[in-house]
Design a protein. Structure first.
Length: 190
């Protein structure tokens, strides 16, 4: 099972300056100079810590004219923090975030009678349902070389490169050195 993302998440939060930044952003967005001023640190120090928090996707940024504001992604922070509590819990892994009836409708619209994908949905929520349909056919704990994963995806859709990339971007899979592995189900977006 791929636990590197979970370990990296907790390592990144193992710094009191980063925890203080999260506490500040919980009250609303701030720009780097404001964070530096409130914490009594230099801008380069704040930039370093912001980069670490961005790597684990708990903060994101928006530019307003010449100023970049940092926002806390509380939903992501909560789900990653709670993931450790649900590891190995069969009941937690089986709880769908989207109703089964809704999933069935989406799959009926985008999957043909042979089980192949007619087209990849443009809307994120529907795309996640279709991607989950595919990754559930893969084996948890198994490492897939890129070529083997491509062959698997080609059974369901000809654009294997896009789907493979979506697996990683949507956090269904983890990629390292051309090897792919499923993330724990509690890290999946659905």
């Amino acid at each position: 099972m791929q636990l590197n993302r979970l370990v990296n998440f907790h390592k990144a939060l193992g710094d009191k300056t980063r925890l203080r930044i999260i506490a500040l952003l919980k009250d609303g967005p701030l720009h780097g100079q404001a964070i530096a001023g409130k914490l009594g640190l230099t801008a380069p120090t704040i930039s370093h810590h912001i980069a670490k928090l961005r790597e684990i996707s708990v903060i994101y940024e928006r530019r307003e004219k010449n100023t970049i504001y940092f926002y806390l992604d509380e939903k992501k922070l909560t789900s990653m923090a709670e993931a450790v509590l649900t590891l190995g819990s069969e009941a937690a892994m089986d709880m769908p975030a989207i109703e089964d009836a809704e999933k069935a409708v989406v799959l009926k619209n985008f999957i043909d009678h042979d089980g192949r994908i007619k087209e990849l949905p443009a809307k994120r929520k529907k795309k996640l349902i279709v991607l989950e349909y595919l990754v559930e056919k893969l084996e948890i704990g198994k490492t897939y070389p890129e070529k083997e994963l491509n062959t698997f995806i080609k059974q369901y859709h000809e654009d294997y490169a896009t789907i493979r990339r979506e697996f990683v971007m949507c956090q269904f899979m983890y990629r390292q050195n051309g090897q792919y592995e499923l993330n724990p189900k509690e890290m999946w977006p659905l």
